[in-house]
Design a protein around this ligand. Structure first.
Ligand SMILES: [Zn+2]
Ligand SMILES: [Zn+2]
Ligand SMILES: [Zn+2]
Length: 408
């Protein structure tokens, strides 16, 4: 049995290859993925391509081997290769470099070991049209690599592309709490961890630069490290959409407890039809449509994905209209159906603000006790995820004195 204490790093993994997003190449270090302060002038820009930047000379030196081929291609081709292409280039470069010296990076997850060749590609599940599309792309990449004198067969490029389709991972800016993507990467050890749609309260997946890690949010233990799960997709999607996404991107049908329960819910078919309604832009006609579907939702628990999405939309719309009392009520109900710790954090954060803006932060308000409880829950969760002096924690603390905003 494996036991962890609150705050422990359960597992961490450095990427096999990683790239900064196209729009952030000038403001995020391509080696350690730290963001430069806005007013900072003395960062290093690569002389070769003139595009990739580094926070320090040490980072530039460390990234030299991984950037070399990408750099040559970026400085000679008329069109700048995009994030996905650069991830293929960096991965192919690393793979061929390691192959030539006969030394492969090993990712290790509690004794389970994986090299790049072990990553799944699901070649048998991919449709013919998609395969042809990937193959055309592989030929383009091969041509790029040839021009930079890297010898790698088109078949191998194809395998790398197929493995990246399934195993490429967004690098999220965890520290800001905004969920912003900094780039993409492929991890060997972390790819061993399976998916679940169920809410995980024991630990959370975070990033430190490009390093991915799981942090324990409370004391917990597991019999087998393979019982530890993460979320491959956003979990505030309804059942049908989750299944379609997982099947089209990862080629499996999810049978987690939440999916088993959702699949059996009466009226699931009807709810699936409501999906298009839920994705409609929120204008006047949305409210008309909403009035028609409300009766259906009153019979469905708030933990149901569809009901949950509806509540979150209602919260956003109310808040946008400065109706913070209504926004608080919807946010409060949405909290019960939060599908992940990340989502719970975002809902709590908005709920604290909505309540303060509606005047519940005033000691004489009838909702003052609830406000204090929500504020405390938000602060505790933010402190567990980040730390005591994180800007998000400080902003929630200050809500006690925030002035009420009048409804428009
Ligand atoms: Zn750096
Ligand atoms: Zn360069
Ligand atoms: Zn599931």
């Amino acid at each position: 049995m494996l036991s962890f204490r609150k705050g422990d790093v359960v597992h961490s993994d450095e990427p096999y290859s990683a790239v900064v997003s196209d729009s952030l190449l000038g403001s995020v270090c391509s080696c350690c993925f730290s963001e430069f302060p806005r007013n900072r002038a003395n960062y290093n820009r690569c002389f070769g391509c003139g595009t990739v930047t580094y926070c320090s000379t040490a980072c530039q030196l460390e990234d030299a081997d991984d950037h070399e081929i990408e750099c040559r291609i970026m400085s000679t081709s008329s069109e700048q290769p995009d994030e996905y292409t650069r991830l293929i280039l960096r991965t192919a470069a690393r793979y061929s470099r390691e192959r030539d010296i006969g030394q492969h990076t090993i990712g290790e997850y509690f004794g389970h070991r994986r090299i790049f060749d072990d990553l799944m590609s699901h070649i048998d599940d991919i449709g013919d049209d998609d395969l042809l599309r990937h193959f055309d792309y592989a030929k383009i990449i091969r041509k790029m690599l040839r021009s930079s004198e890297t010898h790698i067969s088109v078949e191998l490029v194809m395998i790398i592309i197929l493995k990246l389709c399934i195993n490429a991972h967004s690098i999220i800016d965890s520290d800001s709490g905004t969920g912003k993507s900094l780039g993409a990467a492929v991890y060997l050890a972390a790819s061993i961890i399976d998916h679940t749609c169920e809410c995980i309260d024991d630990y959370i997946q975070l990033f430190d630069g490009k390093r991915i890690y799981l942090k324990a949010l409370r004391d917990f233990s597991v019999d087998d490290p393979l019982q530890i799960r993460t979320h491959y997709i956003a979990l505030d999607y309804p059942y049908g959409r989750r299944q379609r996404l997982l099947l089209s991107k990862y080629y499996f049908k999810c049978k987690c407890n939440r999916c088993l329960i959702d699949a059996k819910l009466p009226g699931t078919r009807l709810l699936e039809d409501l999906e298009s309604f839920l994705s409609m832009p929120a204008d006047d006609s949305w409210w008309d449509a909403a009035r028609e579907v409300f009766p259906y939702f009153s019979q469905i628990p708030v933990t149901n994905s569809y009901h949950h999405i509806l509540l979150k939309r209602l919260r956003n719309i109310s808040s946008g209209l400065s109706c913070f009392g209504e926004a608080s009520a919807f946010g409060y109900m949405a909290l019960i159906g939060a599908a992940s710790v990340h989502e719970k954090q975002r809902i709590l954060y908005h709920l604290s603000y909505d309540m303060a803006r509606s005047g519940s932060n005033h000691p004489r308000s009838e909702n003052y006790a609830i406000f204090r409880r929500i504020q405390k829950m938000t602060i505790e969760l933010l402190e567990d995820i980040f730390h005591k002096n994180h800007p998000l924690v400080l902003s929630i603390r200050k809500l006690t004195s925030l002035k009420r905003i009048k409804s428009s």
